[in-house]
Design a protein around this ligand. Sequence first.
Ligand code: ZN
Ligand code: ZN
Length: 324
Amino acid sequence: MNFLLRQLVACRHTRVGRKLLALFPRHVFELYAARQSPSPLWDGGRITLSFDLDYPEDIAAVPHLLRCLREAHFKASFACIGRWIEEYPDAHRRIVDEGHEIVNHSYTHPDNELLNPDNRFNALARSHQRDEIERCHATCERLLKYAPIGFRIPHFGALFTPAIYPMLQALGYRYSSSTMWWQTPTLGAPLRWSVGQWVNESVGEDSPPSAVWEFPVSGCPEHPLNAFDTWHAFRMTHAPHGDYRALFRRCVTLCRTKGFYVNVYFDPQDTLRFDFAALLRDIHESGAGEAVKTYAELVGANERHAAHNLRLPQRPFASLSSQG
Ligand SMILES: [Zn+2]
Ligand SMILES: [Zn+2]
């Protein structure tokens, strides 16, 4: 069955493939969610709530967002851009102060209309890509006293490039969340990239400590090839009719019953468009409250590293930058 599903996904660019996927979207979603490889990092399902702070409107929504997360007792992962950290240091400091995780989201978010409209991350030279990652990291250390251990490619999915893994590895990073579920052989379960290929075996004592985990982004229950993010849900396909909370509850149910890894991201400004606090309560009411973990917690669960050590300075980036 996994073979058939992979064939179908591989044919998504053909007319027949698109028709088949459009005919049975719910089936494709249920199938992929239920057939996902078991994670070598944990037993059962997990949920990661992530937020990309891409625009000033997103940063303006941070107080509301933090209030909702505090009330629900959830920790979340915030993908942050170096330039916006410089512009709005206080909003970013509040995120760190409330115990959430900062994910390196590059220095200028290449293709961001306000910061760097003429570039795309995957089209940059390697040295330029690395510079984007390093400058964001240095900004986090300087202004937030926080050393990220994870990265998200601006726009991931279509702009995904495995070129990041050796860079992240060299920089001492532990994970990335930059792919879609269908781009991975595990159908969205976390996996590692090492020496030019995906690796998905359990991590034992002898595994290389430098291997980088990838946490693939989940698909929409109604449109499995699209990321289940709020941009898709509120500004694209579902805007006129979708019930985002009901779709979200389906993901949470599959997390509980099938061990599905729910990795979703929200644009913070969209959390003002609906009852976000109610969506967080839904997670608790479904009995999945304990399943909500940040990426750092998920990596730490395996490596027995306490996530709260994150704020301690890690290896200095300056020494790596000077190598080229
Ligand atoms: Zn972004
Ligand atoms: Zn959808």
